[in-house]
Design a protein around this ligand. Structure first.
Ligand SMILES: Nc1nc2c(c(=O)[nH]1)N[C@H]1C(S)=C(S)[C@@H](COP(=O)(O)O)O[C@H]1N2
Ligand SMILES: [Mo]
Length: 416
């Protein structure tokens, strides 16, 4: 069965679920079925994966916790000031290409197939795991951040006067959670992983992504087998609870230190291949295109170094009083080694004091006491360096999609 065949089958599943949903536009389904040359008849074949949906994001998005951008919601950094190391689900950012599907864990199956598995099973006769079977495999916990490749994108325009396309995130498209699940390596080995496997591609059960009128199929991105076997988790719990629908229920990937798109949510199938795999998410998107990059672009994998204050954008502080500024820094290369803060436009820098844990795949919290001398407008800057010596530059080379803004962010505050 070719790729169009898979999409057709998926569409049947979606239509079957659609009978019980009233949110996701039936028009989209019709348009999609027309583009695939299929008859969009109700009650087509029946589904093994029951999927429905009723809105882009299901959890509440109160304005004091989130800034909403279409199908995405950014965490407000001031909402992290009084929470601990982990970001609670009620304020964890959401990045959806389309919308949050509701997946029924009882009928859900994880299907593995492809030429990188023993006997090269096809999608018609895949190796399957039920939710129960996955939960019965040896479990591990992992405290790690998920961060969108576009986190900080708005600063290409805001600080460098460069135009980029995509959601204009500030720094709130990141969150640390404690994930629990089974190692992807465990599942791959049980499914018959061979030595010739090179790529592993998880595929989401959310609706196909349509961009510029073109249906790009389900959200999916190949992962090299080396990373897949290293520290990747198939997670079914987040902060001690079953994964919430918006964050990938019943099962998502958590690919530590890599850009968020690697951490595919609502995984329905995984292709394991002995030849390299391609999808729009590693050929068209999530590559760096720009003057300092090769014409075919540079593939994005690991995240950069970033820092954020747990402070509202444009916060007001009173002059002459001591304020304890707090924030967090993280890096895709490993632990954060040092953080410095400047309150005078970058002229002088003083060390921030690290507080609590500083895990390699998560972040380092810190604090910095500041007594603003006089009323006026100030910009605060925080700059971290990590174990590899990587730090945050003042200017980031431009790329057209505005990925990996690892520069020092100028955070405006008003002292009154
Ligand atoms: N199936 C699927 N997985 C997905 C996405 C998606 O739209 N569909 N978005 C990706 C992107 S771009 C990011 S940044 C993270 C966001 O994870 P979160 O919504 O749990 O914060 O999920 C990734 N996994
Ligand atoms: Mo993302």
């Amino acid at each position: 069965m070719g790729e169009a065949g898979y999409d057709g089958r998926r569409l049947e599943q979606w239509l079957a679920g659609e009978a019980r949903a009233d949110g996701f536009s039936r028009r989209d389904v019709m348009r999609l079925s027309a583009s695939l040359g299929l008859a969009a008849l109700p009650g087509l074949g029946l589904t093994e994966q029951s999927v429905t949906a009723d809105g882009p994001i299901l959890k509440p998005l109160p304005p004091e916790l989130f800034q909403v951008f279409g199908t995405n919601a950014e965490t407000r950094w001031e909402a992290l000031r009084d929470v601990g190391y982990l970001v609670p689900v009620d304020r964890f950012f959401v990045r959806n290409h389309t919308l949050t599907p509701r997946v029924d864990a009882d009928t859900w199956r994880l299907r593995l197939y492809g030429t990188g598995l023993r006997g090269a099973p096809t999608l018609d006769s895949p190796v399957e795991f039920t939710y129960r079977q996955l939960r019965d495999l040896p479990a591990e916990t992992l405290t790690a951040y998920v961060e969108c490749a576009g986190n900080g994108r708005s600063f290409f325009a805001g600080q460098q006067q460069q135009s980029v396309s995509g959601t204009a995130w500030k720094l709130g498209a990141v969150g640390v959670a404690r994930w629990r699940g089974v190692r992807l390596s465990t599942v791959l080995k049980r499914a018959g992983l061979t030595r010739s496997a090179v790529d592993v591609q998880p595929v989401g059960l959310d609706p196909d992504f349509v961009s510029g009128g073109v249906n790009l199929g389900p959200v999916r991105r190949p992962l090299p087998v080396g990373k897949a076997l290293d520290d990747v988790l198939l997670a079914y719990e987040m902060n001690g609870e079953p994964l919430p629908p918006d964050h990938g229920f019943p099962v998502r990937l958590v690919v530590p230190s890599w850009i968020g798109i690697a951490s595919i949510k609502w995984v329905g199938r995984i292709e394991v291949s002995d030849t390299p795999l391609f999808s729009p998410w590693n050929t068209q998107f999530y590559r760096l295109f720009g003057a300092t990059y090769p014409p075919e672009g540079e593939l994005v994998g690991r995240q950069t170094v970033k820092s954020a204050f747990e402070l509202a954008w444009g916060a007001q502080l009173s002059a002459g009083h001591k304020h304890v500024l707090t924030g967090r820094s993280w890096s895709g290369n490993g632990r954060v080694r040092a953080v410095e803060v400047s309150t005078d436009g970058g002229a002088t820098w003083r060390p921030a004091r690290p507080t609590g844990l500083g895990l390699a795949r998560a972040w380092q919290r810190w604090e910095f006491a500041w007594r603003p001398p006089a009323p006026g407008a100030y910009t605060l800057r925080a700059r971290a360096s990590d174990v590899t010596g990587a730090t945050q530059p003042d200017v980031v080379p431009h790329n057209s999609f505005g990925y990996l803004f690892g520069g020092v962010v100028r955070h405006p505050v008003t002292v009154v």
